[in-house]
Design a protein around this ligand. Structure first.
Ligand code: PEP
Ligand code: MN
Length: 357
């Protein structure tokens, strides 16, 4: 039996309860000037929640790992001068302690941390007894149970003001996105926990400025509650994630153009289903591409060993096996056979190219 979540509304002071809930700010706090200037511009545009990474998880050592504790007073100043709520990533109990000491209003758990149950438990224990809102990013890998588990751990420690952040998932065959959106995963989370707000992070999904607007619109069309968008007063010179940060003015432009449909209920389910179909079609294309790549590798092998391209025994085996499998999955064996004949034909065509090279 899946653990129920005991959730309370985020109820963020000074933030209107309307879609989208917007969190904006730089990937990282770099200097006091950069933090204050970005916050000033965002505040003037009506943004209420300011994000900045204080401790930065970097894939390899030697990169900019965040200013750490030194930057926390800058966040305090943002709050005092502009009345913005502040949020930063925490990955260890020490981060939690420091962030709370400096009055950070909302904490977020990064994707690498969500993927680690030990870290999640340590953070949940560190937060026990507080009522701070916690945003939990999806784990880097597309495993919804890890995401749910992280949320459950936090909730079991008494944290009830929780939102999930959808920032996309690592995938081997990356094409357009830095992190593949795999919309079916946040949609499944929403299906299991309709009261859990979902905030989309188009900056980390897209990895590119020009993808922020379309991804934000998709998130809104899917009925998600909020957006977390990286914004910097001088994005090209950002010390981390420069390509995916936008000027506050650009952010304002993007938000302004979003179409927020009130009557989401009617279209939401259809959009969600279509999104899932698109996602699955993308997966089919990725798998087919991979299959063709391996098939070309086989051609290299056959060429080296002077073997014929088409080996009828193997071909019949594939058709029989997949036909039977298709029937078990409720599909007509002829349909599956047709598909495999086409796949095989293309595969042979590609192998011929290699053999005759
Ligand atoms: C970030 O928000 O800057 C960040 C590091 O995010 P993620 O954990 O999603 O990679
Ligand atoms: Mn970032």
């Amino acid at each position: 039996m899946e653990q129920e979540l005991q959730l309370k509304p985020l109820a963020l002071p000074g933030v209107e309860d309307k879609r989208p809930l917007v969190i904006a700010g730089p990937c990282s706090a770099e200097t006091e000037e950069q933090v204050m200037e970005t916050a000033r511009q965002l505040h003037n545009l009506g943004i209420k929640i300011f994000r900045a990474g204080i401790w930065k998880p970097r894939t390899k050592p030697g990169g900019f790992e965040g200013k750490g504790v030194e930057a926390l007073p800058w966040m305090q100043k943002v709050k005092q001068e502009f009345g913005l709520l502040t949020t930063c990533e925490v990955a260890t109990p020490e981060h939690v302690e420091q962030a709370l000491k400096f009055g950070i209003d909302i904490l977020w758990i990064g994707a690498r941390t969500t993927a680690n149950p030990f870290s999640m438990q340590a953070l949940a224990d560190a937060l026990r007894g507080t009522d701070v809102p916690v945003l939990i990013k999806n784990p880097v890998n597309p495993d919804i149970e890890l995401w749910v588990g992280a949320i459950q751990r936090m909730n079991s420690a008494g944290i009830q003001r929780i939102a999930a952040v959808h920032r996309g998932f690592s995938s081997v065959d990356q094409k357009i996105y830095r992190n593949s959106p795999m919309w079916h995963l946040p949609i499944e989370l929403k299906r299991r926990y309709p009261n859990l707000p979902i905030i989309c992070d188009p900056s980390h999904i897209g990895g590119r400025r020009d993808l922020i607007a379309p991804l934000s619109q998709q998130a809104m069309d899917m009925g998600f509650e909020g957006l977390m968008i990286e914004s910097h007063c001088n994005p090209d010179c950002a010390w981390s994630d420069a390509k995916q940060q936008v000027l506050p003015d650009v952010l304002d432009f993007i938000l302004d153009r979003l179409v927020i449909r009130d009557n989401i209920e009617t279209t939401e389910s259809l959009n969600a289903l279509r999104k899932q179909i698109d996602e699955l079609d993308n997966m089919i294309m990725e798998v087919l591409t991979k299959r063709m790549r391996i098939s070309r590798e086989i051609a290299e092998y056959k060429k080296k060993h002077n073997m014929a391209v088409v080996q009828t025994g193997r071909y019949s085996e594939i058709l029989d096996k997949r036909g039977a499998q298709g029937a078990l999955c409720g599909m007509s064996p002829d349909f599956v056979k047709d598909i495999y004949e086409h796949i095989h034909e293309e595969s042979v065509r590609q192998q011929m190219e290699i053999i005759n090279k």
